[in-house]
Write a protein that binds this ligand. Structure first.
Ligand SMILES: Cc1cc2nc3c(=O)[nH]c(=O)nc-3n(C[C@H](O)[C@H](O)[C@H](O)COP(=O)(O)OP(=O)(O)OC[C@H]3O[C@@H](n4cnc5c(N)ncnc54)[C@H](O)[C@@H]3O)c2cc1C
Length: 402
């Protein structure tokens, strides 16, 4: 179910296994995706897929306003390439890999389970049956069951692709996080922090996006827009032409689904967004093959397994014990970050990016195994200033808004 990145990643892998796969999606699978997806280039290189990048930056930096440089505003250089997917190339590439799959343009309204199969009832009244259904219909899926543990922190962003009176970032530069706070009043500094994510697209076009990493309730788009304009005007920059506006909102710490339910999930519906960074597409590409492999083995070796048993085997691979523990550690980290005021948050990220590149990039991509992840978190604790250490062990004020 679905035709976003999650659905196409898993469907293409299932197709490769020779399974009979049907897609069920509200919109045509070749309707262009509207989100702009970014990723560290190395994640795609390791999958031999970097050709789906539309833009790539070598000059990748962040600003934490932490006193480095003459005016305290020197960037730190990540020395790690970042890219944006060419949406159309990426989508077409996945669709080509889904060539044996039949698509039904329908909206699922209800899902029922009987002894051996799952029935999907659509708003048109049509019914579809399958040995196992994978819900890849995004984080709003009403079908995937999960515990409700209180408010869910959401990442929110307001961005503009456009032309500006003067360049908002240096030529050929990508800014992961500009946390410089010099445009904010004392009162504004007490509000939930946000940072600028920005890049030079060339030919006078830039993307600038004011982003709140995670907050519950989310920071409203109107507030982020106001902050973005303030940030730009403080630097004497005006927007001259808006080519595209982006409104971004998605949950960062959606609780993990129940792993014994008869409906399998993948992508946003299965809480696969990285709780500390908000990234997911790399994880979809890395985790789809193992899930497809498990389902293919289970279906072909045990032809009598019902939906509940197949889904359970799938969930066990998708959320193995190790991945669950890693996820909990990331959720713990996010919760601690939420308790930091903006000065502390800047200081935290300045420390974080002092970690060796392999450590911070592995942390952000969720590619460190559990012992290494724990090692990196302990290492981060040791290299952090005292105030951050206290925040990490929960000795600061109560978590903000979460
Ligand atoms: C604006 C924005 C920017 C993001 N940027 C990044 C980024 O840079 N990098 C990154 O890694 N992640 C990013 N994310 C996070 C995450 O990767 C995306 O949310 C991603 O789109 C989730 O993929 P998905 O396939 O699970 O769900 P979706 O992309 O939401 O796709 C859901 C699909 O299911 C279909 N559907 C929904 N309901 C039904 C139904 N009842 N019946 C049938 N079909 C249905 C929809 O039509 C759609 O095709 C971003 C998210 C947003 C919102």
């Amino acid at each position: 179910m679905g035709a976003g990145p999650a659905a196409l990643c898993i469907a293409s892998e299932l197709g490769k296994k020779g399974l009979k796969v049907s897609g069920l999606t509200s919109d045509s699978p070749d309707k262009p995706w509207t989100n702009t997806y970014g990723i560290w280039a190395e994640e795609l290189e390791s999958l031999n897929m970097d050709s789906v990048l539309g833009s790539r930056w070598e000059n990748t930096v962040s600003f934490f306003g932490d006193g480095v440089g003459k005016d305290g505003s020197e960037p730190i250089s990540h020395e790690f390439d970042y890219g944006l997917f060419d949406q159309s190339v990426f989508q077409k590439d996945l669709l080509n890999k889904c060539s044996g799959i039949t698509w039904n343009i329908e909206t699922a309204e209800d899902i029922r389970y009987n002894d051996s199969i799952t029935e999907v009832v659509c708003s048109s009244g049509k019914k579809f049956h399958a040995r196992v259904v994978i819900d890849a219909s995004g984080h709003r899926s009403p079908f995937i069951q999960r515990p409700m543990d209180g408010p869910v922190a959401q990442q929110a962003a307001y961005g503009v692709v456009g032309r500006f009176s003067s360049p908002p970032v240096d030529k050929d530069q990508f800014v992961l996080m500009d946390f410089r706070p010099d445009h904010l009043s004392k009162k504004e500094l007490e509000e939930p922090p946000s940072f600028l994510y920005a890049m030079d697209f060339g030919q006078g076009v830039y993307f600038v996006e004011e982003t709140s990493l995670a907050c519950a309730p989310p920071v409203p788009w109107s507030k982020l827009k106001e902050r973005l304009l303030l940030r730009l005007s403080h630097r004497g920059i005006a927007i001259e032409e808006i080519i595209h506006e982006e409104h971004c909102l998605f949950p960062m710490n959606l609780p993990l689904p129940f792993l014994n339910q008869p409906l399998l999930g993948f992508g946003g519906s299965a809480s696969m967004v990285h709780p500390a960074s908000g990234y997911m597409v790399g994880a979809l590409l890395r985790r789809a093959p193992a899930l497809a492999d498990e389902l293919s083995k289970a279906i072909s070796i045990k032809p009598n397994l019902d939906s509940a048993k197949l889904a359970k085997r799938g969930w066990r691979v998708l959320w193995s014990r190790e991945l669950v523990i890693r996820h909990r550690l990331y959720q713990f980290g996010l919760k601690r970050l939420m308790s930091f005021d903006e000065a502390l948050l800047r200081s935290f990220f300045a420390s974080f990016f002092k970690l060796p590149k392999k450590d911070w990039s592995g942390f952000l991509a969720n590619t460190l195994d559990l012992p290494k992840l724990i090692f990196v978190m302990v290492r981060l604790y040791y290299i952090s200033p005292l105030k951050i250490k206290l925040g990490m062990i929960g000795l600061l004020k109560k978590p903000r808004n979460i």
